[in-house]
Design a protein around this ligand. Sequence first.
Ligand SMILES: *Cc1c(COP(=O)(O)O)cnc(C)c1O
Length: 338
Amino acid sequence: MIDLFSDTHTVPDDGMRRAMADAEVGDEQLGEDPTTLRLEERVAALFGKEAALFLPTGSMCNKVAIGALTRPGDAVVCDHLAHTYRFEGGGPAALFGVVFEPIVALKGHFTPEQLGAVMNRGNVYQPRTSLVYLEQTHNFAGGTVWPIEQYEAVCTTARDHGAAVCTDGARVLNAVAASGIGPQRWAEPVDAIWIDFSKGLGGPGGAAIAGSAEFIAAATRFKYLLGGAMRQSGFLAAAALYGLDHNMERLADDQTNAARLASGLAELGLVVSPPESNMAFCEPPPGSTAVEFVAELAAVGVRTSVVAGRIRMVTHLGVTAADIETALGLIAGLVKAA
Ligand SMILES: *Cc1c(COP(=O)(O)O)cnc(C)c1O
């Protein structure tokens, strides 16, 4: 099976497993797990922020950021397909009493004008807009990469209205590979930014959020509140460090593979959105629905998924350039048969 379902399906390789087995560990809740501390310093430096915090999941990064940067009754602005709005079980509302103000934006990237139009700081009738959420890359809008000028401009608009900004950077390192613009530049205009270790970096779990020392102190309180504080988390942190050391540069290969996949699909006559990172999205062939086509693909050995009505194919370290050619051959057989 060629697994294009998600980069979350990457599994630790032998080197990562050895790094985990050899990790130096202690009690994380007491600040005594040396490998976790090392990872937090590494992530803070990666983003040029004062501090970072290791958490079990990316979803919890979003929760601690919302906890730290809002008050109950506040509004959080995001794109209408944002992960934290649509795909986290309503957690931000349930846990922190926020309402979302979703913007319908092209590719998940709203404009400073769209943002300015929904910001409220003075009107007592409306929720106070205290936080703006950006997603880089934007998952459900197609693995899209914010153009840097637009990203910086919306951050300025947010700040002009007195709101904080958090970047859901589950795949921000894919955006770095795609844009050639480094992590610090994406981090600079925002209050908080995080990365996931269980996606393209190949780890089994864990994520880390970076920001000012003051933000991280507030986020740490919510880590405990949510039950996210661990014990010998160094085993996971060791995998994350290994991922940063060995699997960050190669994210560019995933980009190349996604581009090749998309051009091959287009040659087969399928309607494809040009990939901006490690995801290719296409429409089902005429006469077939996305759900039917995904089932047909699975039956010939290519695992994909339906996301926002289209077929999503994600490249990652478990998929080689040769696998892409094999997948294209299998898909060609299906399309020709139809
Ligand atoms: C995967 C993902 C998350 C959630 O991360 P988990 O580690 O699975 O909890 C949040 N935001 C985006 C954009 C994602 O792709």
